[in-house]
Design a protein around this ligand. Sequence first.
Ligand code: FPP
Length: 249
Amino acid sequence: MNSAKAEEYLRKIKEGQVPSHVAVIMDGNGRWAKKRGLPRIAGHKAGLHTLREIINCADEIGIKIMTFFAFSTENWKRPPLEVRFLMSLPEEYLQKDLPALMEKNAVVKVIGNYNRLPRRTLNAVSHALQATRDNTGLIVIFALNYGGRAEILEAVRNIAAKVARGELTPDQIDEQLLADHLYTGGIPDPDLLIRPSGELRLSNFLLWQMAYTELWFTETLWPDFKREHFLEAILEYQKRDRRFGGIKK
Ligand code: FPP
């Protein structure tokens, strides 16, 4: 796709409403590397460039929240070398890109279970959270050691503990209360999910939050995913008719 096409997309997008929150499963790095006879970690490295390009584009078109699936609770099953490399990426990214994120007035957030994260990853995360907490621009959320079912379980356990302590009664438990106990408490649900690489599933990502999210899939692998693809997804989203289970007025 040429950049003239991207500019045409951009013009059309500006006529409509951009989604507030876009979630992305950054998939296909391993296949991208394999196709080139490279080690899988080369694919993850290339994926980091795509991440930067998409954050810039999201900021440019006025999206408020971007959530990226960076490491799932199931990714620990990968070879130790790959796991170690994947765990070093947040550190590399957050250190190198913090000045650029600050310049964008961006807020960094991390969702997931912090328990198994290596000390160095945790340090980089807490530094970025701290440094950007008072910013008011684009919110960039990384799902790290994240699993949707684990998130719901943790929320249910916390709610049950409150009931056991007498702080809540069972009839006070409603959808809002459960949502507030998720890692994403206070953050609106994604409007759009983008999944590259031809896989057509949610893979345990934001299961509760994506009940009414529009899904957009592409065969393009994440390292090949460019600004044009992102704009194409946004434009496609603008054509969707979102009824949230209701009917058109
Ligand atoms: C899935 O591709 C991708 C990942 C498990 C990791 C993606 C992470 C990044 C691109 C960088 C993260 C950066 C930060 C700042 C947290 P895959 O390996 O499953 O690809 P495959 O399905 O082709 O094997």
